[in-house]
Design a protein around this ligand. Structure first.
Ligand code: URP
Ligand code: ZN
Ligand code: ZN
Length: 461
């Protein structure tokens, strides 16, 4: 199968130039001028005049079919990866979970079962670590070799995912030696728990109290703490879903000291604020996620962090729950399942708020939505760029195409959209997953189960 994408502007993290792109089978075969005369017979031609041809988005932070907060996230690998593709994301890295009292391998097997035969685009896994004895440390080495070289630990959610500093330190030391990478959810869980109990006892039970009991200072504190652990361990560290300027400041200071720290933020922290918790009725529950949304104005620091490189990536932390599921926390905000949808909107929100708003250029857009994640998580140059030999995970992107976001028209399996009514400029017209055209405007052309598990490379040491 040969596809010629002609007359487009190829955009990578470093270059921007007019060229045709020839796809042969699953790979990019040729990039050059006037390829029609050299390509021979092609099966399909896509005219990309006025459009960009960029690497498919990579979202390194999703929770598909995840048991959490007394229910399951409402998108599974089929609906989640399909919605992702509509939004221009062609690869996700989801979080497998070590079962309580069980092995990492058992958790990984569970996630392979969830994804196989369902995922519509390619996917990889990180591993959430909850317990870490000598056997689990040895399992970490094995997982790194088996293409799962990144691990997430939490300083939040006591009784569910929270681990202590000793465990984090041991995991960091191990990853320093085995080529893995530790990713951390940074909030001070035990202190937040006290604030939550006090709020509930006072009768402060509405969704806005979710944010008020998780102050930004406690994200900054936990971020600074785990960076210190990484520094002493001599290991790199990746801070997930950075929401607060206080946490970003810790990352910046650590970078200045030469620490190998990278950080990601998410569209919700760039585009929403605590004002959303004031929406009428129980609608504030739509935005209950951890860390929570922050005060208006905080987002400017995050956009600047992306521009300047203190933050490398925009992921989604996609973890949707339906309104019915959110109602588990009616009368007690602490029982609202934590998480919100974002997979389908990510690329358009970042284009609109980043490039269209003049905050950064096309190259930086490609970097924060695709290339940096590919490099950090061992997928590059198979994915994350447009180059001969790379996977033909490609997006033909119309920089001016408008979308009015609505739960009525989005493709995610959730009955609300946090950006309901918002219009973004910039969206895909054609999306290819390993050479297959899977999305053409509003049409789904892909296949359930066509996505493949991606073994990722260990960090270069
Ligand atoms: O609220 C969130 N973020 N839910 C998903 C789990 C996590 O903390 O990443
Ligand atoms: Zn988290
Ligand atoms: Zn998450």
């Amino acid at each position: 199968m040969k596809t010629l994408i002609k007359n487009g502007t190829v955009a990578t993290a470093s270059d921007l130039y007019k060229a045709d792109v020839l796809i042969e089978g699953e790979k990019v075969a040729l990039i050059g001028q006037d390829l029609a005369s050299r390509a021979g017979a092609v099966d399909r031609t896509v005219d990309a005049t006025g459009k960009l041809v960029m690497p498919g988005g990579i979202d390194p932070h999703t929770h598909l079919d995840m048991p959490f907060g007394g229910t399951y996230s409402s998108d599974d690998f089929e609906t989640g990866t399909r919605a992702a593709a509509f939004g221009g994301t062609t690869c996700v890295i989801d979080f497998a979970i070590q079962p309580s009292g069980g092995s990492l391998r058992a958790g990984l097997d569970d996630w392979h079962k969830k994804a196989e035969g369902k995922a519509c685009t390619d996917y990889g896994f990180h591993m959430i670590v909850r317990e870490l004895g000598p056997e689990t440390l040895a399992e970490m080495d094995a997982l790194v070799k088996d293409g799962v070289p990144s691990f997430k630990v939490f300083t939040a959610y006591p009784g569910v995912f929270l681990v202590d500093d000793g465990l984090i330190f041991k995991a960091l030391q191990r990853s320093r030696d085995n080529g893995g990478l530790i990713a951390v959810h940074c909030e001070n869980g035990p202190v937040i728990d006290i604030l939550v109990q006090q709020a509930i006892a006072r009768g402060d039970t509405s969704p806005r109290w979710h944010a008020l009991t998780r102050p930004p200072r406690l994200e900054g504190e936990a971020t600074g703490r785990v960076i210190a652990l990484a520094e002493v361990a001599g290991a790199p560290i990746y801070i997930v879903h950075v929401s607060a300027a206080e946490a970003l400041a810790e990352i910046r200071r650590a970078k200045e000291r030469g620490v190998g720290v990278t950080g990601e933020t998410c569209p919700q922290y760039l585009c929403l604020s605590t004002e959303n918790y004031e929406e009428p009725g129980f609608d504030g529950a739509k935005y209950v996620m951890s860390p929570p949304l922050r005060e208006k104005g905080n987002e400017q620091a995050l956009w600047a962090g992306l521009k300047l490189g203190d933050l490398s990536t925009v992921a989604t932390d996609h973890c949707p729950f339906t309104l019915k599921e959110k109602e588990l926390g009616k009368g007690n905000f602490a029982k609202i399942p934590n998480g919100a949808p974002g997979l389908e909107m990510r690329m358009s929100l970042v284009w609109d708020g980043g490039v269209k708003a003049g905050r950064f250029d096309v190259n930086r857009f490609v970097e924060v939505t695709s290339t940096a994640a590919a490099k950090t998580f061992g997928l590059y140059p198979k994915k994350g760029t447009v180059a001969p030999g790379s996977d033909a995970d490609l997006v033909v992107f119309d920089p001016d195409k408008e979308i009015r976001w609505s739960a009525k028209s989005h493709h995610m399996r959730v009955d609300y959209n946090p950006y309901e009514g918002r219009v973004t400029r910039g969206a895909p017209t054609h999306v290819f997953s390993r050479g297959q055209l899977v999305v053409e405007n509003d049409k789904w052309l892909g296949k359930t189960g066509a996505g493949r598990f991606q073994k990722r490379a260990a960090r270069q040491r």
